[in-house]
Design a binder for this molecule. Sequence first.
Ligand code: FMN
Length: 199
Amino acid sequence: MKNNRPKRLIVGISGASGMPYALRFLQSIPVDYEIHLIVSSAAEKIFKSETGKVLDKKSLPALFFKTQAANIKLFSNDDHFAPVASGSFHTDGMVIIPCSMKTLSGVANGYAQSLLERAADVTLKERRKLILVVRETPLNTIHLKNMLQAAESGAVILPASPGFYANPESLDDIIDFIAARTLDALHIPQTLFHGWKEV
Ligand SMILES: Cc1cc2nc3c(=O)[nH]c(=O)nc-3n(C[C@H](O)[C@H](O)[C@H](O)COP(=O)(O)O)c2cc1C
């Protein structure tokens, strides 16, 4: 493997509630990361309804810093010829934020029908880091079993359940909390939220 490639992350957005987490997370990734972004069709609609913004190629410069927008490659969820569909395309890992129970099921059961699910499948088979920011409540036993199965295959289950021990003062603080914990899980430096008793 050549080592001179850029830092590279796959970001999947699936159709669960929690789109502000996805936006804050993406906006907080250092600009030297190349981001391969995959958005499911359900996610596109829920993103618009929860943030009031459109997430497509045209809107990237308005949503992100200029340098960052230039580093985001947005792929269609049925584009099985995208680079991240193959394990020989090296990445530093993947996050699905938010992760719906349907997408969780696809990942946990190796049902790699969409590009998003295929990229997650590849990430697991190549033993790279996969973070699933799952969102549903309450959970049925199918959801719980799928989480266990995904975790046993190497995924990190990071529920979108914010802590209140840092006394959040606003919705922004709560969104920051989940975005920060997700960045932490990928070992990406962040300044959104400091750990307990850290300054
Ligand atoms: C407004 C809205 C909110 C939703 N929130 C959730 C959610 O939090 N968790 C979840 O698992 N599914 C949620 N769903 C259902 C999923 O969008 C649906 O199962 C969809 O098929 C998921 O497809 P995808 O995983 O390919 O994006 C929501 C649907 C809508 C319309």
